[in-house]
Design a protein around this ligand. Structure first.
Ligand code: BG6
Length: 471
């Protein structure tokens, strides 16, 4: 690609506290909703008992090994690291009135380290976890009281880190409550639609309040939302498939529409009526929602199809959800359909819709990596995946889309959110640990490490034109 990405474009990777840190009870941390999901978001919930096992209890021990890991990110040339703060490190029970100083001090150390390497932090306030106590005592986000708990937490971290953290996101994949209500909102899986949408409403209000706090406390910061970008194509060009696709895409677009425009879109009136959902929206909520985000961020792993034909069943796994498989696409080992061109499409689509800057904050390939006889990981499949997606980001920029940056998911192997496997590896950096927790936790560079280093260094000029399939 002769095209170079803009100099201001941020390059890096994305991680989440509960998938890397471990140290699940250290320095006063409280239990989080992730701590009771030892098999990941798709698995059962457990009560924690002394001595029981959850791979995330240690994860990849980023809590202690962050200097080494951040140095490796710097070696690749990262200018940005997306990470999340574990809410339960700062407010162990969620409803505490005073924060836990040891938890705050931990993230001071992380930001010191990032500063040392000139890496811009992009911080998610809540990535698939909340203090467990809030789920147990308050029914998670079903309770309006949780808005206040969250804004207290947001205010604390904005005040503490605002002088050095200028890029923020509110909730990771805020639309996930539609598919995994416990992971998204601390709600039971069998909650009613009424409860689910009221919880989502509370979360949207909390998000908007955090945006306002951020604007007031850190006027030179930018804060965005974060959506699981689950774009659907019509399975056929039948007009009924078109309408079905429009309706299904609105399920996730609703979130960005509210966060970017400041009010519920009119199409939700009919949807709520059809579902029999009546939201309690106060005048204060309406006022709060008016504070809109500065940019849109999203994760992108796959696309799928929608069909009005009831005989077409969802037959493709797609992150936290299921979709109808696209016959033109291949899938990853976990059945997620790979669609680099869809990323160009989505970037253009979202920019047309919102006219706000976009940030791709997750994209990557989960794959089983097997070291060769010399112990090296030759992960050409990952290089191809990332190359082809980044190529399309370049195309979208040339289409006129304002793209702030790209943080690949899991620049270092980490615990999978959906299945809690470590063998589902995304990293440029290999971590010696298996699904049973065996291994030295030693880090080593994969072939993709050097590839990404080169791409960042050339600002995308060394990306290869996709040579087969989609272009
Ligand atoms: C996104 C999440 O849904 O996808 C991450 O924000 C997650 O937390 C990533 O890890 C990949 O999913 P998985 O299930 O392969 O870890």
């Amino acid at each position: 690609m002769s095209f170079q990405f803009p100099e201001s474009f941020l390059w890096g990777g994305a991680i989440a506290a509960n998938q890397v840190e471990g140290a699940y009870l250290s320095d006063g941390k409280g239990l989080s909703t992730s701590d009771v999901q030892p098999k990941g978001a798709h698995g059962e919930l457990v009560d924690r008992k002394a001595g029981d096992y959850n791979i995330k209890d240690t994860a990849i021990d980023f809590y202690h090994r962050y200097p080494e890991d951040i140095a490796l990110f710097a070696e690749m040339g990262f200018t940005c690291l997306r990470l999340s703060i574990a809410w339960s490190r700062i407010y162990p029970n969620g409803d505490d009135l005073e924060p836990n100083e040891a938890g705050l001090a931990y993230y001071d150390r992380i930001f010191n380290e990032l500063e040392k390497h000139d890496i811009t932090p992009l911080v998610t306030l809540s990535h698939y976890e909340m203090p467990l106590n809030l789920a147990k005592q308050y029914q998670g986000w079903a309770s309006r009281d949780v808005i206040e708990c969250f804004t207290r937490y947001a205010k604390t971290v904005f005040e503490r880190y605002g002088h050095r953290v200028k890029r923020w996101l509110t909730f990771n994949e805020i639309n996930v409550t539609l598919h995994e209500p416990f992971t998204g909102s601390g709600l039971p899986r069998d909650c009613t639609e009424q409860t689910r949408f009221q919880a989502i409403h509370h979360q949207l209000v909390a998000s908007a309040k955090a945006v306002k706090l951020c604007h007031d406390i850190i006027p030179d910061a930018k804060i965005g939302n974060m959506i699981l970008g689950a774009m659907l194509y019509p399975l056929t060009c039948h007009p009924s498939d078109m309408v079905k696709t429009l309706m299904q895409n609105r399920e996730w677009l609703m979130f960005g529409d509210i966060q970017a425009r400041g009010y519920y879109p009119s199409y939700m009136t009919r949807k709520f009526r059809d579902m029999g959902v009546e939201l309690n929206i106060t005048p204060e909520d309406e006022e709060a929602l008016k504070e809109t985000i500065d940019f849109i961020s999203f994760s992108y792993y796959m696309t799928g199809c929608a069909s009005a034909d009831p005989k077409q069943a969802d037959n493709a796994d797609a992150n936290m959800l299921q979709m109808i498989a696209n016959p033109y696409l291949k899938a990853s080992e976990w059945g997620w359909q790979i669609d680099p061109v869809g990323l160009r499409y989505l970037l253009n689509f979202l920019y047309d819709r919102y006219q706000k800057p976009l940030f791709i904050v997750e994209n990557g390939l989960g794959a089983k990596d097997v070291p060769n006889e010399s112990g090296e990981i030759i992960d050409d499949y990952r290089i191809t995946y990332l190359n082809d997606h980044l190529y399309q980001v370049g195309e979208a920029i040339q289409d006129g889309v304002e793209v702030m940056g790209y943080t690949s998911w899991g620049p270092i192997d980490l615990v999978s959110a959906s299945t809690a496997q470590l063998s589902k590896r995304y990293g440029f950096i290999y971590v010696d640990r298996d699904d049973n927790g065996e291994g030295s936790l030693a880090r080593s560079r994969k072939k993709s490490f050097y590839w990404y280093q080169d791409i960042i260094q050339s600002r995308g000029a060394t990306l290869a034109a996709p040579d087969q399939g989609q272009s």
